[in-house]
Design a protein. Structure first.
Length: 103
């Protein structure tokens, strides 16, 4: 049976997974001098949550929440970036040369 504690650990795992993928996407698209430090902090936060979950006996729930958020977040960010690039490419002036213009 799924109890409230398990749901809470899944939610905490999901939150840290979403935070992880969001910060990872941001640091890869806009690198700064702080990017390496933020990478270590990001992994440290994930590690801390998973260690606390393991000590509480809920590592499976937290890890599943993290994995689901990380995978779907990664797919979402990758798809959104690809869609933006495709839209920009289609709107570029070089693609407009075959479109008839009004006189």
């Amino acid at each position: 049976m799924i109890d409230t504690t398990t749901i809470a650990w899944v939610a905490v795992g999901w939150a840290i997974g979403w935070l992880h993928v969001t910060l990872l996407c941001r640091s890869t698209h806009r690198p700064t001098a702080w990017t390496p430090v933020l990478g270590v902090l990001r992994l440290g936060a994930v590690t801390a949550v998973l260690v606390v979950a393991a000590l509480a006996g809920a590592i499976l729930a937290a890890a599943c929440g993290w994995a689901v958020a990380f995978v779907f977040g990664s797919i979402g960010f990758a798809t959104r970036r690809t869609d933006r690039m495709r839209t920009a490419r289609l709107a570029s002036p070089s693609d407009q040369r075959n479109v008839p213009h009004a006189p």
